[in-house]
Design a protein around this ligand. Structure first.
Ligand code: AMP
Ligand code: MG
Length: 305
């Protein structure tokens, strides 16, 4: 487990104005980390990931058994920041029946004909499950803030600040509603540098096994880097709340990002202090009777042919 004090630097404190420049993209370049050296950090990060995976599987089982809460993990990032890989690695040890991943793409006309939260509401995790949003309702204050022309029919052509403030407010109210109804909401912005994105795009163009990942659309969005960073800063500032905190995860090193996310998710679920359902005295008597009956019943001495 990572020291909670160390994790504080990745949390957007509610009510603060975010400047992304103040959050590192490569944690191995920080003073603390430099002392340790990259090899030690990588080894330690992989240990943390492995340990957290085991704990996360146990935590999800308890989540299911106690049947009081669900967990919603929200992932947002620039292209090639490693959302998919992080989700894959962090959730690798969890019972597939206990988690559900939704990847949100450009909305359909049907979706655009509804309120902007509609399609996300339908995908929320039921009690006992971990739901993962690979992109989310935050796209509705990010990509469309950079490209208001993609807002869809019935929306202003040139939305003003009030328009976005109302959306942040809607999101905060929505997350408050979720939290009040037993959903633990954890939000991760995978913070990648422009230089690292370039390296990853180049890798997609160079390595034949990665060609399929390259998209001209991603290249086009790279041109809007500054607008996106500003939109992220606005969204993170307006929507990091006590009930639904934003974490800015340094994503230039994939192993760092994965270990941090795994540890934060695990600790947050453990902090719910869930318990397996207590069995009543009455029920214990019934269980003992069932056991006696089963032991007296034929069979079980050796495997049946
Ligand atoms: P990918 O995750 O790379 O498959 O890309 C999905 C694309 O869908 C991204 O370019 C997103 O910006 C876009 N997208 C997701 N949600 C929305 C939304 N609400 N409005 C417009 N575009 C969206
Ligand atoms: Mg993409």
């Amino acid at each position: 487990m990572i020291n909670p004090k160390l994790l504080e630097q990745f949390v957007v404190q509610p009510g603060t104005t975010v400047s992304l420049k103040q959050f590192v993209t490569d944690w191995t370049e920080t003073d603390n980390a430099k002392e340790l050296g990259k090899d030690v950090i990588k080894e330690r990060a992989n240990e943390i990931l492995a340990e957290s995976r085991k704990q996360l599987d146990a935590a999800q089982e308890l989540l299911y058994a106690s049947d009081t809460h669900s967990v919603l993990l929200v992932f947002q990032a620039m292209d090639a920041a490693g959302k998919d890989g992080t989700i894959r690695h962090v959730m690798a040890g969890v019972n597939p029946q206990g988690c559900q991943v939704y990847s949100f793409k450009k909305p359909s006309t049907e979706e655009l004909d509804h309120n902007f939260l509609w399609r996300y509401m339908k995908a929320l995790p039921e009690r006992g499950r971990i739901g993962i949003f690979n992109r989310s309702y935050y796209e509705d204050v990010l990509v469309v803030k950079v490209h208001p022309e993609w807002l869809g029919p019935g929306q202003p052509a040139k939305p003003d600040n009030k328009f976005w403030e109302k959306r942040y407010e809607d999101i905060n109210n929505f997350e408050k509603h979720l939290s009040r109804n037993g959903t633990l909401v954890l939000k991760f912005f995978l913070h990648v540098s422009k230089g690292e994105q370039k390296r990853r795009f180049l890798e997609r163009l160079t390595n034949p096994d990665k060609h399929w990942k390259f998209s001209e659309a991603d290249m086009a969005e790279r041109e809007h880097w500054k607008d996106y960073q500003r939109a992220f800063e606005d969204a993170l500032s307006a929507t990091s709340t006590k009930r639904a905190l934003w974490h800015v995860i340094p994503a230039d090193r994939k192993y760092v990002a994965r270990a941090l996310v795994a540890d934060i998710v695990c600790s947050a679920i453990q902090d719910l202090k869930l318990e397996f359902p207590k069995v009543s005295a009455d029920r214990m008597v019934k269980l003992a009777a069932a056991r006696e009956r089963l032991e007296k019943s034929p069979g079980g001495d050796k495997p049946e042919a």
